[in-house]
Design a protein around this ligand. Structure first.
Ligand code: ADQ
Length: 470
């Protein structure tokens, strides 16, 4: 069995849990298979100790070998803040208006990818399988190949890929496409992203389709596919049975015994549609007066990327909306919105989900959205809550039995929330059973296995022969 080497921007101890879909998924995959996890330590230094950049830190975390490097302030500012989160994140979420194109940022992005390649290469074994994660590291395969790496390399994009007309707005987008094509397999969350990729390489690089989502392009063969990421359903349901989740459930159920609870759990990010969600909730209270006093929205928004300007803007907008809803509709014994700017311990989340009648998962754009799947997994199948889901989340391609909404349509979302709050038990049970079957069938193990199996079937970088079988 070849060793699995995962490379992502941040490395976390896989025995601990953190907010963020990627960290949770990687921890689950690597705890199962063992292997090596390489990336940034999360630490910043004023300057690198020598000409060859940062020192390499090696730690063992159970079955997983962790290899990390620190970044200096300049690299962090350009690679992480400037390009990854100042250009790629907004543009890939269709927010051209928030992108800051700056030539120095892309230089830093390339420099850190080169640095990662240089530090990683000596750690590799000849038959390793490399799996590179997410938009911070699009050029990593190209940089590794330039240093002579011949191992099979797959890439998974956790965020959406925009359509060709939006991608083309990025100066150097053709370079990004060329970099993507240096992987043996490029994985996307949704069929829509795969379609955007096929159309972009056709238009920009005259890729020749070989059938079955494979192309001849830039003098090599690249395969791509949609591999919707899932959660570890077994682990999540076990958490739901644990003391912390039970205690949370009991507390919420007794506190809100006279009311219906709606829940939102997100990183505080402009892609998550939080102001639009608040406006839809306000429209619900305005249009359906019976919901006043009977519905409470608990919105947990964990702090995220607070050094990026757009994030402080969204924080202020959200605080002001919550304040005005509570000011206008609240009473001495009822606050319509409880907004908590914090991360909730993972062990308690299932209890919160289970006590909620409705989950509002309404991003303006999202690669997948694991909160939607966690909510489904945490429900009592005999008396489940209802998922209100944005049609612009990757999860909407799979979770067809949710109430799908357009989060830009405030009135439409308000009326879907009303339908969710008043849905009869029988319909809730039916919808939930179908959703749970999908969430179970496409869990994180399925995601990992199907990606790695397909990577094994892709033509190898060197010989064009299949060599990895799982
Ligand atoms: P994220 O945008 O971080 O990830 P998401 O899929 O919503 O988002 O996953 C977040 C994870 O963090 C979930 O496990 C959730 O429980 C947890 N989390 C979020 N907010 C939390 C909070 N306030 N308190 C506690 N836990 C919290 C990116 C993409 C997504 C994609 C994932 C995985 O943007 O579209 O689904 O990667 O590929």
């Amino acid at each position: 069995m070849p060793r699995l080497v995962c490379i992502s921007n941040r490395v976390a101890d896989p025995r601990k849990t953190a907010a963020g879909g990627l960290a949770v998924a990687m921890a689950e995959v690597l705890n199962d298979s063992g292997g090596l996890w390489f990336g940034w330590s999360g630490k910043l230094v004023d300057a690198y100790p020598g000409a060859d950049g940062p020192a390499l830190h090696l730690h063992r975390a159970g079955p997983v070998q962790l290899a990390t490097v620190d970044l200096d302030q300049a690299d962090y500012a350009s690679y992480y803040v400037g390009y990854s989160n100042g250009v790629l994140w907004p543009v890939f979420h269709d927010r051209l208006d928030l992108a800051h194109f700056d030539a120095r940022a892309v230089e830093g992005y390339r420099r850190v990818n080169q640095l990662f390649a240089r530090k990683l290469l000596p750690l590799l074994h000849p038959d390793d399988v490399l799996w590179v994660q997410d938009y911070h590291l699009i050029p990593l395969a190209a940089e590794l190949r330039a240093l002579g790496c011949t191992q099979r390399i797959g890439f998974f994009l956790h965020i959406p890929l925009p359509p060709p007309s939006i991608l083309a707005a990025i100066p150097g987008h053709d370079w990004l496409l060329k970099c993507l094509c240096q992987y043996d397999l490029v994985g996307f969350q949704a069929e829509a992203d795969l379609d955007h990729f096929g159309r972009s390489i056709a238009v920009e690089a005259r890729a020749q389709p070989l059938g079955e989502d494979r192309w001849r392009v830039f003098n090599r063969t690249v395969a791509a596919g949609a591999f919707p990421i899932g959660i570890d359903v077994g682990e999540f349901r076990a958490l739901a049975e644990g003391p912390e989740a039970r205690e949370m459930h009991e507390r919420m159920a007794s506190e809100y015994s006279r009311r219906k609870l709606l829940v939102g759990v997100d990183r505080l990010d402009y892609s998550k549609g939080l102001p639009q969600r608040m406006r839809a909730f306000r429209a619900l209270l305005e249009r359906y007066p019976e919901t006043r006093h009977s519905a409470t929205l608990v919105q947990i928004a964990s702090p995220s990327r607070e050094d990026v300007r757009a994030y402080t803007d969204i924080l202020h907008e959200l605080e002001s909306l919550c304040g005005s809803i509570n000011g206008n509709f609240g009473d001495l014994d009822w606050m319509p919105v409880r907004y908590i700017h914090r991360t909730v311990a993972r062990a308690r989340l299932p209890g919160l989900y289970r006590a909620s009648r409705v989950a509002l998962v309404t991003p303006l754009r999202d690669g997948m959205n694991l909160v939607a799947k966690e909510f489904v997994a945490a429900q009592d199948p005999q008396d489940p809550g209802v998922l209100v889901l944005s049609r612009f989340a990757g999860a909407a391609e799979q979770l067809r039995e949710a109430l799908l909404v357009n989060p830009h349509d405030v009135e439409g979302t308000a009326s879907a929330i009303h339908v969710a709050l008043t849905m009869p038990l029988e319909e809730r049970v039916q919808r939930h059973a179908a959703l749970l079957a999908t969430v179970r069938a496409t869990d994180v193990h399925w995601w990992c296995e199907s990606f790695l199996r397909r990577l094994g079937e892709a033509e190898s970088h060197e010989s064009g022969t299949p060599w990895l079988r799982l």
